[in-house]
Design a protein around this ligand. Sequence first.
Ligand SMILES: [Zn+2]
Ligand SMILES: [Zn+2]
Length: 191
Amino acid sequence: MAGNRPGADAVAKCDYCSTTILFGGVRDGNARYCNQRCHQFGWLLARCNDLPDELVDEQVLNVHGGPCPRCKGPGPIDVHTAYRVWSLIVITATQNDPQVCCRSCGRKRQLGGFVFSLLAGWWGFPAGLIITPITLTRNVMAMFGGPSPDLPSTQLEQAVRMQIGAAIASSQRDSAAAPPTAQPLRSTASR
Ligand SMILES: [Zn+2]
Ligand SMILES: [Zn+2]
């Protein structure tokens, strides 16, 4: 509870999404978040890194060798990211869309991202003209490259950690009827 640092509020950034917090936000010890949603994700992420490796590894292998959560087809399952960009005159916005799915589902989304960006990416100056070819290339590289089918990627491990953490958090929330706010539930015991 040594969180009294006057002046730290002047340019606060969200500890989860790095958005600059102009006013308000959520405080948790020394951490600041722009809203409740970021607070919960940030809290979850910190907790997930404390999960025992054996538990995570086993679950990662289960997911990697299991059926695709999207099409129920055969694995291997991993994180496949599609990339999108759109522009409107002076605005150019990009979006990375990682999904836990099979390669075939991943390729469909990446093809979708490619076509979307090909149509919507160019219409901003100058960023659209620079970022659109980069985004198209990233989709093509992801379609033909992507994670190795033999081994779960670290991205998959992180996604599985988040999943386990979310499941634990929601079961604890249900039983304790308390929101996962300022109190990390068991992490003080390990210090
Ligand atoms: Zn945030
Ligand atoms: Zn699939």
